[in-house]
Design a protein around this ligand. Sequence first.
Ligand SMILES: Nc1nc2c(c(=O)[nH]1)N[C@H]1C(S)=C(S)[C@@H](COP(=O)(O)O)O[C@H]1N2
Ligand SMILES: [Mo]
Length: 322
Amino acid sequence: MHYHRRPRWALKENLVTSEDVFLSRRAVLAGMGVSAGLLASGQSARAAMTPEDAFSPTPALNPAFADGGRAVTEEAITSQYNNFYEFGSSKRIAREAQKLTTDDWVIEVDGMVSTPFSIGIEDLIKRVNIEERIVRHRCVEAWSMVVPWIGFPMAELVALANPTTDAKYIRFETFMDTDISREQRASWYPWPYVEGFTMAEATNELAFMVVGAYGKVLHRQFGAPLRVHMPWKYGFKSIKSIVKVSFTDQQPLGFWEELQAKEYGFWANVNPEVAHPRWSQATEQPLAGGERIPTLPFNGYAAEVAHLYDGMDAQFGDRLYR
Ligand SMILES: Nc1nc2c(c(=O)[nH]1)N[C@H]1C(S)=C(S)[C@@H](COP(=O)(O)O)O[C@H]1N2
Ligand SMILES: [Mo]
């Protein structure tokens, strides 16, 4: 076990608000870090899919998303401060998340598609256009980061799945395995983690499927081997470690919405003017440290996505923004 000094950037957990209200389990791991060196366990023989190995071939940086607006947040910070409740409700889950094995990872595609199918993660990666994007991430708890993700447009996943015209939503499901995730033995959570989006959101250019970060195959704690990233929505929408993609005409009920619908809704678009019931969303704390900064509408991506919600305020009001 390696211990290191609490780095300057390590937010005390009580400085950020918490999504987890029901249990209020406060981390007992304060000050106890995990060093990257001891994380690698059970390395896969297939180098290409071993988390944290260099991504090969090196993906091109998409010029449309080459600038996160502020400096990329160091990997040493973002890879050690995670939300991944399958591995615990503290931010220090990186070591526990190494239990995740991504060997022979298969994603099931079903629901309103012409032909349901399963596809291995390595095959999936071969069938899409892999690129790098540097984008902002804003957690509903009011911390934020800038990450260079590697992945492919969600629109390409939709095209591959070939949904029928009846499909109105895409629904994602995280793995369910109580051997890997001790937390999934806890019946008070509505496991497995689920999230979903409208087809218009899923096919927007900003909607991204992530398979890598920082030039490497995706770290387990980031949600290996396949996660979502929706830069204009609160972070809980960006579901990790996906095993199932379904197309449906029913609005998916997310994990957090099922737990606490008043606080975490389906839309969850970032909006500094709509407070969370328990805290303001006007500003955010960059994980990189420094002063709090203003939060921007749609997390600064209004030009790309605001049109998706034209005319919907009358029907949904503040529900579009929490
Ligand atoms: N399956 C799953 N996906 C998840 C979560 C989770 O607990 N389980 N947490 C969400 C939340 S609240 C955030 S802010 C982001 C955090 O991503 P990161 O740990 O890679 O920064 O993942 C999201 N996806
Ligand atoms: Mo979050």
